[in-house]
Design a protein around this ligand. Structure first.
Ligand code: GCU
Length: 665
């Protein structure tokens, strides 16, 4: 592996464990992984990993029927101090693995005399990353679709990567964050990638072999039309017996190669991908057919709900892209097999920095649902901008569609399909292009494991691990600076880009980077802001608009229905209002646009200055410093561009000057 950055597992993070005597009991692949980890840490720091009699750390699993540990589930564990020894008891081998990395995270704290008993088990059983990686470089989308971190770590030059060590190191990082499943190819399945399911299974199996020691199961994105595109059949009709048989045979072969294969991910009838509609069948017919093919092997189908009409006419006010997923999927509730997971983007449009939480997540009580987030920063600065996304995800997971009367989104998905994140990783030395974007990957795993963790606390963990140096841990100045730069960076990004939930003011060129306010306004994609000289926003009320607001359970549907009650940050998503409309915050919409764009860009300047102080104090490695510094320069440039284009556009549209008389370009 060629010099990849250690991310949140630098050698120094293992000091507390590696300098002690420890013992691990149990058998199996995952326990062996932990044994090897202990050996490596002890070799570095002088401890002993086979201290059976006088261990200071004991890791064991207790799976005897009736043992309290079995209540922890296979991945859970308790950690306690007993007679001066730190004892980890897990519900199974996976619990030993996750428990081990938890002790790494705690460092010295896990060995303190007053360490309290802790019990951990994942809130969500399924914690999955989707890689949008192509095997062959795609002529328009490159190798990793929406990838900002170089090429794929799985595929290179149209073949399996030669750097399998890197894949294993990736699995290790993921295990230490809590992720336990990875889909290894793009949801848009092109011709080469369609064959991963058939004649290229050895490649997929090789990846599974690297990830397995870290408890990660491999999934594949499949082409719904594979029976035609690779199978030579004339149809992919999910009710056609020949098609069903084809999938059953293909699936059986997958399991011959990869006995613990996770299952299929499917993007069907979406943005040009094939699907069941071509045969007059429903999404339930399509998903269930694949579920049946996987059933003998215990695999699952992740069926994406990202289905909408991308050939819209902006003049047609009756079609609303925001409505589409609910319109398509809510009526199918109860019709999916138990091994189908309907995978729903967190918002109704497309990973914008601010969207309401998708109403689909509240509309399918009899279906297993997963919430999908985008770790790769397609719409949040493309890993050139610092944008720590945990606060956004935490808001989504904590949203209560039924208010106090019902579950939060985290609970809705915990019982079903859990959380899926589109990975931000590539073959870049820092894994994620922007080194600080590693925090997003780490936070994804941690939130999927425990959605009630505070974003700032997760960031603090990440800082403590990633920047661990000598025995003294992380210098306080560095810790403070990283919090100052990152904690609120999502809100800062929101402030200098599209205002008040209206979304999509990005360049419609394939890259989606930078401002282009009217870029999508007259296109077919269904993402409009409808700004004119009088006002801005999309009327999605039931009374006078598209009716999207009524897709929520009450009382949220009522809250969103009226501008008087709609939260400010979503006002323009739900309503078309005059520029002089007064927000709950007390300022007008136009003044809010000016204020947030001036202050957002200013805060980016402050971020850059704080980072520069880090260099003077010599607190991080030079190449990491330089990479972040270079990206902050771009973020400053881009935030100013956003500020100037937005302020100028809305000044000219509305004719209303800034109340503070600041210069608008
Ligand atoms: C976005 C993104 C596409 C991607 C799609 C999806 O629209 O721009 O590249 O394919 O989401 O989630 O399927």
């Amino acid at each position: 592996m060629t010099g990849a950055h250690a991310a949140w597992l630098p050698a120094a993070a293992f000091r507390a464990i590696g300098s002690r005597r420890s013992a691990v009991h149990g058998r199996g692949l995952l326990v062996e992984t932990v044994r090897q980890e202990l050996r490596d840490a002890c070799a570095r720091f002088g401890g002993s990993s086979e201290a059976d009699d006088d261990a200071e750390l004991v890791l064991t699993s207790d799976t005897r029927p009736g043992s309290p540990a079995t209540d922890l589930g296979p991945e859970g564990f308790t950690l306690a101090r007993q007679d001066g020894v730190t004892v980890l008891v897990a519900g199974g081998p996976a619990g030993i693995l996750y428990g081990f990395f938890h002790v790494v995270r705690l460092g010295e704290e896990a060995f303190g005399a007053d360490f309290p008993v802790q019990t951990h088990r994942p809130a969500m059983r399924r914690r999955m990353l989707d890689h949008w990686d192509n095997v062959a470089v795609h002529e328009v989308m490159g190798q990793v679709e929406r990838g900002y971190s170089g090429g794929s770590i799985f595929w290179s030059d149209g073949a399996l990567t030669k750097d399998l060590e890197r894949v294993r190191a990736y699995g290790r990082l993921l295990a230490a964050s809590g992720v336990n499943a990875v889909s290894v190819n793009n949801v848009n399945v092109h011709a080469t990638e369609a064959r991963l399911l058939t004649d290229r299974l050895d490649d997929v199996a090789a990846l599974a072999d690297e990830l397995r020691p870290y408890g990660i199961r491999v999934h594949l994105s499949v082409d719904f039309a594979a029976p035609v595109s690779v199978g030579g059949l004339r149809s992919a009709d999910p009710l056609d017996p020949a098609v069903r048989q084809w999938w059953a045979g293909a699936s059986a072969r997958v399991y011959e190669h990869i006995p613990d294969f996770g299952g299929y991910v499917v993007k069907a009838d979406s943005e040009g991908q094939p699907g069941p509609f071509a045969y007059g069948r429903s999404h339930a017919d399509g998903a269930n057919m694949l579920a049946d093919a996987l059933a003998p092997h215990d695999g699952v189908v992740h069926w994406r709900a990202f289905v909408y009409n991308h050939r819209q006419d902006w003049r047609d006010r009756s079609t609303d892209r925001a409505r589409a997923a609910h319109d398509h999927f809510a009526p199918l509730d109860g019709q999916f097999r138990d091994s189908v997971i309907v995978q729903v983007k967190y918002g109704p449009i497309d990973f914008q920095p601010r969207e309401p939480v998708s109403p689909v997540l509240a509309a399918m009580p009899n279906t297993r649902l997963a919430v999908e987030v985008q770790i790769t920063q397609e719409y949040t600065g493309q890993q050139r901008h610092v944008c720590y996304l945990a606060p956004l995800w935490r808001e989504v997971l904590g949203f209560r569609p039924w208010r106090a009367a019902g579950a939060a989104i985290a609970e809705v998905v915990a019982g079903g399909g859990g959380m899926v994140g589109v990975s931000n990783v590539g073959d870049d030395r820092f894994w994620t292009g922007h080194p600080l974007a590693q925090a997003n990957l780490y936070a994804f795993g941690r939130l999927a494991w425990n959605p009630s963790l505070e974003p700032a606390a997760i960031l603090d963990e990440w800082i403590g691990l990633t920047f661990a140096r000598g025995a003294d841990g992380v210098p306080e100045q560095l810790r403070r600076t990283l919090h100052a730069i990152m904690d609120d960076s999502w809100r800062t990004y929101e402030d200098y880009t599209a205002p008040l939930g209206v979304g999509f003011m990005v360049s419609p060129a394939n890259h989606h980077y930078g401002p282009d306010i009217d870029g999508y306004e007259y296109s077919a994609w269904g993402t409009y802001h409808f700004a004119d000289r009088d006002g801005i926003g999309v009327d999605r009320s039931l009374a006078t608009g598209t009716g999207y607001a009524a897709q929520y359970p009450r009382p949220w549907s009522d809250t969103f229905e009226s501008p008087a009650t709609c939260p400010d940050e979503l006002l323009l998503f739900f309503h078309h209002v005059p520029y002089i409309h007064v927000l709950h915050s007390g300022v007008t919409v136009i003044q809010h646009i000016y204020d947030t764009h001036f202050s957002g860009a200013e805060r980016v300047h402050a971020m850059r200055s704080s980072w520069q102080e880090i260099e003077q104090a010599d607190l991080v490695d030079g190449d990491l410093y330089a990479r972040v510094a270079e990206r902050l320069d771009e973020q400053v440039r881009s935030a100013e561009e956003w500020r100037d284009q937005m302020n100028a556009y809305f000044f000219r549209k509305s004719g209303i000057p800034d109340a503070q008389g600041r210069r608008i370009y």
